[in-house]
Design a protein around this ligand. Structure first.
Ligand code: PFF
Length: 449
């Protein structure tokens, strides 16, 4: 197959792209409230441990398999084992990854569209177009459809540009913008009355909560979703990585950036919630817990922005743009999974592959919009709760059991002649062989029960 493959032009380009995939809605609307409701810094420590002890090894499995094979997930997993049976299962696992990435994108695209709608509504409202602004923020089929289609069109436009001119170029532009916006917003909110209370709730550890097994499993699940594992996004990005880059260290940097941005988001979200509280906006649910997820984003924070005048418009627009950027750098990595497969396996041109994959996913998203109550929650549960950990487990098995040890070591030696003497080589193979599959198996069993 003589398709010329893309390759990230620079180490930094890869770092921003992979961190862009990892940093998404999960980091900003999921992590901070989860931490606040589950023991503050105690949750943070658990989450960090999970991210580095368990999720990082799986991330490394994907990146290394990708870099070694320089192929998409379907052909990559089917080329590792010697026996035909395992090759076939590898291809099926790859197809499972491709379908799961597409399913995640199909609901992610809807939620991301809402972010775009909110981002546009504040300036429109300030310009006197309050009818349009209200339409953009009110729940409705035509609004949900239109915004999803706009977001999917943006995603497709980036992926259409290919690895260097699309994914790398836009990640290099958007990720620094995301980090600067996040820090500026947090610094501003921290000056407002009530912010310090939020900071305390976020940071004071309550170690009583850390021991619960449910919390441990929760933290692990979030770490997996947050690092985009199991569905082949990291594998395909790894496959575009030059043979000169040292994978264990760049993988660690991706994980650090992902966790770092989640932690940073806590310095914005928690203080903002308590500023809202000080201004009379409800931030607790009936059970006394902090409001979270969609209620937090679409009701608590807008409530806070309304209590401010011009600053509120600026703050709100910046915040929802931040969310839209975080979503876009994640969605392009999801779309790249089926697109790369169509290009490499079916010899399609990138344009055709992007239109076909993006069009199919947008069509499925439209079905979800039209049958929201039945499909939306079901697709999220199926793809993130069951499919993602199961595929993560299979990727570990391929890296740990079906990849020849010599070939694996040769892969690491590409950039480090002394690879076999490193701690990574002594620890990581054992991890992906035994520890990761067992732990993921436990989570899965738990979620099935
Ligand atoms: N990591 C993204 C987030 O935290 O929002 C979500 C995600 C992206 C999941 C890409 C899966 C994926 F393939």
């Amino acid at each position: 197959m003589a398709t010329p493959r893309g390759e990230f032009k620079s180490r930094l380009g890869f770092l921003f792209a992979a961190a862009g995939s990892a940093v998404g809605l999960g980091n900003i609307w999921g992590f901070p409230t989860q931490a606040a409701s589950n023991g503050g810094a105690a949750f943070l420590i658990t989450y960090l441990a999970m991210a580095f002890v368990l999720a990082y090894p799986v991330l490394m499995a994907e990146l290394l398999i990708g870099r070694h094979t320089h192929q998409n997930m379907v052909t990559a997993l089917s080329s590792l084992p010697r026996r035909a049976f395992w090759r076939r299962i590898g291809a099926l696992t790859g197809i499972g990854g491709l379908i799961t990435a597409s399913l995640i994108l199909s609901f992610y695209g809807i939620v991301s569209g809402w972010m775009l709608g909110f981002a546009a509504s504040y300036p429109l409202d300030a310009a006197g177009l309050s009818g349009q602004a209200q339409w953009l923020t009110g729940f409705g089929i035509s609004r949900n459809l239109l915004l999803m289609l706009v977001f999917m069109a943006l995603t497709m436009a980036v992926v259409l540009g290919g690895v260097e001119e699309g994914i790398e170029r836009w990640s290099r532009r958007l990720m620094p913008l995301l980090i600067v916006t996040l820090i500026s917003l947090a610094l501003y909110v921290l000056t407002l009355e009530g912010a310090v209370t939020g900071l305390k709730v976020y940071l004071l550890p309550d170690f009583g909560k850390i021991l619960s097994s449910e919390l441990l499993l929760d933290a692990l699940g979030s770490a997996f979703f947050s690092l985009s594992l199991g569905v082949g996004t990291m594998l395909i990005y790894g496959s575009y990585l030059s043979d000169k880059v040292h994978v264990p260290s760049i993988g660690a940097q991706v994980a650090l950036l992902d966790v770092g941005i989640a932690v940073l988001a806590g310095f914005l979200i928690l203080p903002a919630m308590y500023v809202a509280d000080a201004r009379g906006v409800a931030i607790f649910n009936e059970a006394g817990g902090l409001l979270s997820e969609d209620t937090l984003i679409f009701s608590v924070l807008p409530g806070l922005f309304e209590t401010m005048d011009t600053a509120g418009v600026l703050l709100a627009t910046a915040f929802f743009l931040l969310m839209s950027i975080a979503a876009l750098t994640s969605s392009i990595s999801m779309l790249e999974v089926p697109v790369a497969y169509l290009i490499e396996q079916h010899r399609m041109a990138r344009g055709t592959a992007t239109l076909l994959a993006g069009g199919t996913i947008a069509t499925f998203s439209s079905l979800i919009v039209l049958n929201f109550d039945t499909l939306f929650g079901a697709v999220i549960t199926l793809s993130t709760r069951y499919s993602q950990p199961l595929l993560g487990l299979l990727v570990c098995l391929y890296a740990g059991w079906l990849w020849q040890r010599d070939a694996l070591l040769a892969e690491l030696k590409k950039t480090d002649a002394l690879a076999e003497h490193r701690l990574f080589w002594r620890v990581w193979p054992l991890y992906v062989k035994w520890l990761c599959p067992v732990i993921i198996g436990i989570i899965l069993a738990q979620s099935v029960l």
